[in-house]
Write a protein that binds this ligand. Structure first.
Ligand code: HEM
Length: 469
């Protein structure tokens, strides 16, 4: 019979619990603790009781739990950001999520029109990159503008120009400056954080105040766009998510979660794709042989005359295997309600029982024996479970609604970049792939690299050149 208690684990200090002992490397410390207490152990983090899962059987069991849709009243998402559907549970969540899914589909999510839009956005970015050939390039000053524009076009029906000063808060948010690392404090002291953010902001460290201002800046952009949309609304012309929401509010007067939902799409759809691309470029710059292999596959399948399309993916197993290889990504205890569950992805990504020589970077491990087909192991789960902030009974069933768009974006950005450029490390490129724990696992230093053009031609979209892959 299951015991209704936290599983055994280490004892921490009063009020702060075990937090000071994690030393910036929680995943590795957790693996050490799992050797002593077993793969599922409990501990106190700040004001929160927490259960840490460190092996595939316990994670899988948790992810397939039926009561996996609940978020507690005070959670990371509604404390740090305006509340949207990522922060809520139950019937309200179902209504908002169904509406959002439906509208995104109407707007071309998963259709060729969205793909063409992404390719155009990539081509805008490549113009900027072309002009900087031979110069030092900083990932976080160039890529966020391009990637966030894909979500901006879903939300607002428009892209922001690279020089548009109105989107300053979006740029700042996505630069992922270490000073905006608020994850731990908000996740493990949610009620205190909520109170301070609401009433005593001036008492917070300047980094947190800065973050609050940036989040407010992004919310203001959403509100300004909303006001413009209300003025120009035409019920016969659904331009974007904001229009769809305005139409819905006129019929069903349910809670207006527009700002929160738009914010969730913005952060869910930008930060994740960016982080995947930043790791990919860092790995490409530091692994020239892998890059050569990818260049060859792209030259064979797409050539140099047209832009890639998502359909090309089926003939490009090595690029699929490369993308999979850098995805970073409850055993007998009845976990008390509102206990936070931390899934230690690092533990399963580095588990020698799951992977042959896990620390070796070898995309081929995701290929069939004849190296011609991509194969995805069950325990590779980039979209089905959020990294750090889940609570008991809020597991992988809440999987990512943007998966369809995310995979298209990552594939098109990487295939386009590899088609056009040699990506090279320079003396500032972090060869050690150091990382930090933020909302996502982030390269510690802004990734810096150089490019050299591989083709001198101007690229056309597949449909413009009469060819779709
Ligand atoms: C490489 C790309 C992406 C990755 C790796 C990723 C990963 C994830 C993960 C792991 C979750 C948590 C699921 C859970 O709670 O169990 C999630 C949730 C979410 N994602 Fe994504 N995502 C990506 C792209 C996108 C895109 C493009 C969008 C929107 C256009 C998006 C919007 C969201 C939203 C709104 C949620 C919250 C869902 C909810 O709580 O109901 N994501 N994502």
């Amino acid at each position: 019979m299951a015991k209704n208690a936290l599983p055994p684990g280490p004892i921490g200090l009063p009020f702060i619990g075990y937090m000071p002992f994690l030393k910036g490397e929680p995943s590795r410390v957790f693996v050490q603790l799992a050797k002593k207490y077993g793969p599922v152990f409990g501990l106190q983090m700040g004001s929160q009781p927490v259960v840490v899962l460190n092996d595939w059987p316990s994670i899988k069991e948790a992810l397939s739990h039926n009561s996996a849709l609940h978020r507690p009243k005070h959670n990371f998402f509604n404390t740090a950001f305006p509340a949207g559907f990522a922060a809520i549970s139950g019937d309200d969540w179902k209504v908002q999520k169904r509406f959002t899914f439906h509208q995104l589909k109407n707007l071309g999510f998963g259709k060729t029109s969205m793909e063409d839009h992404i390719i155009d956005e990539i081509n805008h970015m490549c113009q900027v990159l072309d002009a900087k050939e031979g110069q030092e390039l900083e990932f976080r000053t160039i890529f966020p503008i391009s990637v966030s524009n894909n979500v901006n076009s879903l939300n607002f029906g428009r892209r922001f120009d690279y020089t548009d000063s109105k989107k300053k808060a979006i740029d700042e948010f996505l630069k992922m400056d270490p000073s905006i690392n608020i994850t731990g404090f908000i996740a493990f002291y949610p009620i205190l954080a909520r109170f301070l953010l609401k009433y005593l902001t001036f008492l917070l460290p300047s980094s947190l105040q800065n973050t609050t201002n940036i989040v407010k800046g992004v919310t203001d952009i959403i509100r300004t766009e909303y006001e413009t949309h209300v003025k120009t609304f035409d019920e016969n012309n659904n331009r974007d998510y904001l229009d769809a929401f305005i139409a819905e509010l006129r019929v069903n007067k349910h809670d207006n979660m527009l700002a929160g939902n738009a914010f969730d799409l913005f952060i869910g759809g930008s930060a994740t794709v960016l982080m995947t691309l930043e790791w990919a470029l860092l790995v490409l710059a530091t692994n020239p042989q892998i890059q050569q292999h990818l260049h060859k596959e792209i030259d064979d399948v797409i050539g140099g005359e047209r832009s890639p399309t998502f359909a090309d993916k089926n003939q490009m197993p090595f690029l699929q295997a490369f993308i999979a290889s850098k995805d970073m990504v409850i055993s007998g205890f009845k976990i008390p309600k509102d206990t936070q569950i931390l899934v230690n992805f690092w533990a399963i990504d580095n588990d020698p029982n799951l992977w042959d020589n896990p620390s070796e970077f070898r995309p081929q491990r995701f290929l069939s024996e004849n190296l011609k087909t991509f194969k995805k192991p069950e325990h590779l789960i980039p979209f089905s479970y959020a990294s750090l902030m889940q609570r008991c009974c809020a597991l992988g069933k809440r999987s990512c609604p943007g998966e369809g768009l995310g995979v298209v974006e990552v594939f098109l950005y990487l295939s386009s970049l590899l088609q056009k450029y040699d990506i090279k490390a320079n003396h500032k490129t972090d060869q050690n792939l150091e990382y930090e724990f933020h909302l996502l696992i982030t390269p510690k230093h802004n990734t810096v690299f150089n490019i050299t053009k591989r083709h001198k031609t101007t690229f056309r979209r597949a449909d413009e050149s009469g060819k779709r892959g």
